[in-house]
Design a protein around this ligand. Structure first.
Ligand code: HAM
Length: 425
């Protein structure tokens, strides 16, 4: 029996984790600069939380959740996203009573049973931020700024911020009525996948990737025609703040998100370097979700971005330096006595904070030298039996070829700055 990973899951190999750690460090750094604190919520929750939170009519809830019954006959779902869980935690832990504005971020795996393709997996990773407690549209702009800043710090300068306001349920109800008047008489002409949206949520028609649907929608009433003064004012403040912050955006009156909880601001950040799955990040305001899930009415806004997609774009722009720490020293000894001494030297160097490796495969001195080069070690430390009594060993700088005979203390002092990797002084 040969086991294989489950379709839509990916092994992140040791040669790739450096990129992930690099990205995670950028995320943590940006979040700290904007004063968001990390929150770690469980990987699974009661199914009901996601059904209510994300919306019964969404593809995520209807088709994509990994739901199972546990040994206690409870319906459990692997989280398809983290906003519902963060809100559940916010209510359960009364976070709103501990601080007037709660700003949190998360990094971690999410699970959706979608058709796998480039940039789309069944276990994928998101980072995201949520700000709960403020209705100020300027924090909507901050959330977008956080998402953009991570991209910038990753070296990604080519992206588009698509912005819309999905208004309020009252505004949407008025629009829905007029949209249905427009769509119903031509309902039979819509492609089958989109036809079912007419009764469930006709606004989602605008999100269709099918040409025919978009053609049929020509001249259909747009949501923005129904905005009330408050919705329009909030949307204007978001736009004005983005301009003030130097973040270019494009209004996209057809932008509809795949989750039901959004009110007012909704946005997506897209990259032309991604294929069909071009959305790097998405989010918006969800002023009714806390109440919907049993908490006090609390305005909130947030975003989540795909980490695989961010890494795909970084690779596409040719990024290759992920700041991985090189191996400082490979300690080389061949005879039994030399190997014992090598082990001791490795311990002393590691105790002093150096990154060190040595041979466990009974290789010859020459093969160990090769291994040191293969691992791009900065230095090789040779242990010769004759040097053991004097306690001074030969340290070779593998970049310059310089070699010096040094005591352990001198070795530790000379291997200081990985960046310079100059010859031992
Ligand atoms: P979402 O648009 O469903 O929003 O997902 C956000 C991002 O996660 C997408 O833009 C994409 O980069 C990535 N993503 C989604 N599905 C997959 C997949 N199957 N494979 C790879 N990447 C994927 C949310 O999840 C909301 N919780 C965002 C939010 C937070 N809204 C308010 N707060």
């Amino acid at each position: 029996m040969k086991y294989q990973r489950i379709k839509g899951t990916v092994d992140i190999l040791p040669s790739e984790t450096g990129k992930w750690i690099y990205l995670e460090e950028i995320i943590r750094n940006v979040m700290a600069r904007f004063n968001y604190k990390e929150i770690r919520v469980p990987m699974f929750e009661a199914t009901e939380l996601f059904a209510r939170g994300i919306g019964e009519g969404t593809d995520i809830v209807n088709k994509e959740m990994y739901t199972f019954t546990d040994q206690g006959s409870r319906s459990i779902t692997l989280r398809p996203e983290a906003t519902a869980s963060v809100v559940r935690c916010y209510i359960e832990e009364s976070l709103g009573k501990k601080a007037p504005l709660t700003k949190v971020y998360y990094i971690g795996p999410m699970f959706r049973q979608e058709k796998p393709q480039k940039g789309r997996q069944r276990q994928f990773h998101q980072f995201g931020a949520e700000a709960l407690g403020s209705a100020d549209p300027r924090i909507d702009a901050e959330i977008i700024a956080v998402s953009v800043q991570v991209l910038k710090d990753c070296g990604i300068n080519q992206y588009e911020v698509a912005l819309n306001s999905v208004a309020t349920p009252q505004v949407r109800a008025k629009h829905r009525e007029k949209l249905l008047e427009f769509v119903r008489p031509i309902a039979s002409q819509f492609p089958e996948v989109d036809r079912e949206k007419i009764d469930r949520n006709p606004l989602r028609l605008f999100d269709s990737k099918l040409e025919l649907t978009q053609q049929l929608l020509q001249g259909a009433p747009l949501l923005e025609e129904f905005y009330d003064d408050e919705v329009r004012r909030d949307f204007d403040i978001v736009k004005e703040t983005l301009t003030r912050l130097g973040i270019p955006y494009a209004s996209d009156p057809r932008l509809v998100r795949g989750l039901d909880y959004y009110t007012r601001t909704a946005f997506e950040i897209r990259s032309p370097l991604l294929g069909a799955q071009d959305s790097l990040s998405g989010g918006g305001r969800y002023d009714l979700l806390v109440e919907e899930l049993g908490g006090d009415p609390t305005p909130a806004v947030g975003f989540a971005a795909g980490m695989e997609r961010t890494l795909i774009v970084m690779e596409a722009i040719g990024k290759s330096d992920y700041g991985e720490k090189p191996l400082d020293v490979f300690v080389i000894g061949e005879s039994e006595a030399e190997r014992k001494q090598a082990l001791l030297l490795a311990k002393q160097l590691r105790d002093s904070g150096k990154t060190v490796d040595l041979d466990y495969l009974a290789r010859s001195q020459k093969a160990q030298m090769k291994e040191a080069s293969r691992q791009n070690a900065r230095f090789a430390l040779f242990v010769f039996a004759d040097d053991i009594p004097g306690g001074r060993f030969q340290l070779k700088n593998l970049a310059s070829g310089d070699q010096q005979t040094l005591s352990v203390d001198e070795i530790i002092k000379s291997i200081k700055f990985p960046a310079s990797s100059g010859s031992p002084s």
